[in-house]
Design a protein around this ligand. Structure first.
Ligand code: A2H
Length: 224
């Protein structure tokens, strides 16, 4: 099998004040966390963003007005698609760690909650997408379990300095899949008795089950 490019949709989530001291040098421009997704139609159900605490990120100048926070690798890929201040050259204004970004207040265009927060997910790969993930716990098993871990493990919240009020209170249902209901990820994770975000194999099966979709011709469900 040859290597094929993977096409993602990039979701821009605007960083809102209060800005952490670390981001102050960037003042004046719009700053976004940028997340890569295969499921842009689920953005109505987004409840937070995920990043890797130990991940290396940068604030990259994209054009006159916008700065994107993502991995260097993603910035390079964007630079080759005309998304960089300088053609084919990422322009990094500031190096950042995921840890420094936890708790950022974000505004996402379609999300039900006006403000959502950047939270830690420990299974993020920094060589995929943007290294930042938009969280849709209604439909994405990884997101559901990472949220479950944060909600049920005070020690995990303490380790990463996550305030209780940053953890989304409710899952926002958006798609009804007849066999699984409108919180398909949670239902499948429960059925498979998945205990944490680290259960890689079971989560792969949960993702397989929740992505077997057929288009039903009404707004209940798309199963493709
Ligand atoms: B998907 P593929 Cl609702 N590390 O978006 C880990 N996971 C990452 C990532 C990274 N660096 N970058 C993107 N992803 C996630 C929405 C979604 C996604 C739903 C349901 C399933 C689903 C909301 N999260 O993905 O390896 C992102 O999560 C199921 C696989 O390129 C992205 O789409 O196939 C998906 O993985 C890209 O995975």
């Amino acid at each position: 099998e040859g290597v094929q490019p993977q096409e993602y949709t990039l979701i821009k989530m605007e960083v809102l004040p209060p800005f952490p001291a670390k981001l102050e040098p960037l003042g004046g421009k719009k700053i976004f966390l940028a997340a890569a997704t295969l499921r842009p139609e689920t953005m109505y159900g987004q409840t937070n963003a995920w990043l890797l605490p130990d991940g290396k990120y940068g604030a990259f100048e994209i054009n006159e007005t916008d700065i994107f926070i993502l991995t260097e690798r993603a910035a390079l890929n964007l630079a080759y698609q005309n998304f960089s201040r300088f053609p084919q050259k990422p322009c990094c204004l500031l190096a950042l760690t995921g840890y420094e970004l936890i708790g950022l207040h974000l505004k996402s265009p379609l999300s039900f909650n006006k403000i959502i927060y950047a939270l830690p997910m420990l299974t993020i790969l920094t060589d995929k997408g943007a290294g930042i993930v938009t969280s849709v716990p209604s439909d994405a098993p990884d997101d559901y379990m990472a949220l479950h871990d944060l909600r049920t493990k005070p020690a995990l919240r303490a380790k990463y300095g996550v305030k209780d009020e940053w953890v989304p209170f409710e899952i926002v249902p958006i798609i009804n899949i007849p066999e699984f209901g409108d919180k398909a990820a949670g239902k499948v994770c429960l059925d498979l008795k998945i205990k944490s975000q680290n259960e890689k194999e079971k989560l792969a099966e949960a993702k397989r089950l929740t992505s077997l979709r057929i288009y039903r011709g009404n707004n209940d469900c798309w199963r493709i």
